[in-house]
Design a protein around this ligand. Structure first.
Ligand code: ZN
Length: 338
């Protein structure tokens, strides 16, 4: 089968690989229909980052079940079903998995990517797609699950204020969800004008240009210098954590949702954290339950315009090149139908 292959140096080439087959009883072979790609896929050269290893890239996918083992049938799957998948393998046996905290799994593994004609996944990695979603939109079940998990940690109540530090797909969706949950004031900080416009069409009250030298002061003014009740720090720039500490209200919460890289340290003023009663929390991945919830919620959110471009699989290199503009929360890659 044709597959895109990413080397450790970051170069992308097409390769002909052996088609994967069902071996274990819980294996499911899927004909891939679409992938969506994002800036995460560009993190080719970061050390100790599971997205940067050599192999098939792509991890947000939709597909049709082509073959499956007997346990997968017992788990409710059948040939012809449209599904999405998480690339993560939760062990299902550790104390954290048993408590539905799959994102804390002590044996977490990452599967091969999905920019290829067929993948084989475990039935526990799959979510059946709702009828109302197009083949392309099904890919967003996985990244929406990331946003749902994060928003649930914000503990937002009606009338509160939220600032999201970058207009990534996950950040914009968190802003949209917060607006729906009754947040009265939602701001996003983002360099791309295209993304800022998208944010304003999706529940964001103020989209601030991060390239403005006084953007931190603009954010202070938006809250009359009282600070935001919650701040999502989802950039890969460590300086934003200290901006967040500066901008959060007394008793507020800062949620870290993006790693700046393995081994990188940040120094902060702990005195300010303590006397202002600031909480810092993190959100990483999701549970299986959140993946299933994501499939149900996605059709209600109308995120179609978050996938701004589409390329055929044969044009994948152009798709990755287009990502570098920073103007596209997601780009779709369509596999060949046969
Ligand atoms: Zn586990």
């Amino acid at each position: 089968m044709r597959a895109l292959w990413k080397s450790e140096s970051g170069s992308l080439v097409f390769r002909n690989l052996k088609e994967p087959e069902v071996i274990a009883p819980d294996d499911v072979k899927i004909k891939v229909l679409y992938n969506t790609i994002s800036e995460t896929d560009l993190r080719f050269r970061r050390e100790n980052d599971f997205y940067s290893r050599a192999g098939i890239p792509g991890y947000e996918m939709s597909g049709i079940i082509a073959d499956l083992g007997e346990q997968a049938v017992k788990d409710g799957f059948e040939i012809g079903q449209r599904v999405s998948s998480t690339p993560f393998l939760f062990c299902g046996k550790c104390e954290f998995c048993k408590r539905n905290k799959h994102n804390c799994c002590i044996s977490l593994q990452v599967d091969s990517g999905s920019l290829c004609e067929y993948v084989v996944r475990k039935s526990s990695q799959l979510v059946i797609a709702p009828d109302g979603l197009t083949d392309k939109m099904i890919c967003l079940i996985e990244p929406l699950a990331v946003s749902l998990e994060a928003v649930s940690k914000l503990d937002l109540t009606f009338g509160q204020s939220l600032c999201v530090m970058s207009g990534s797909f996950e950040g914009l969706v968190m802003a949209k969800l917060a607006s729906r949950l009754g947040a009265l004031h939602v701001s996003v900080v983002e360099a791309s004008e295209v993304i800022r416009d998208l944010a304003k069409r999706n529940g964001v009250n103020h989209a601030i240009d991060s390239r403005d030298l006084d953007h931190v002061n603009q954010l202070h003014q938006l809250t009359d210098f009282n600070g935001f009740d919650a701040i999502v720090e989802n950039t890969v720039d460590l300086t934003y954590l200290n901006h967040a500490i500066d901008l959060v209200a007394k008793g507020g919460k800062i949620l870290l949702t993006n790693s700046s890289g393995f081994g990188k340290m940040v120094s902060t003023n702990s005195f300010n954290l303590i006397i202002n009663n600031i909480s810092i929390d993190t959100a990483f991945l999701y549970s299986r339950q959140t993946m299933n919830l994501s499939a149900k919620i996605l059709p209600t959110l109308h995120l179609e315009e978050f996938i701004m471009k589409e390329f055929d699989f044969s044009e994948s290199l152009r798709a990755f090149e287009a990502l570098k503009s920073g103007n596209y929360p997601r780009i779709a890659i369509k596999m060949r139908r046969s």
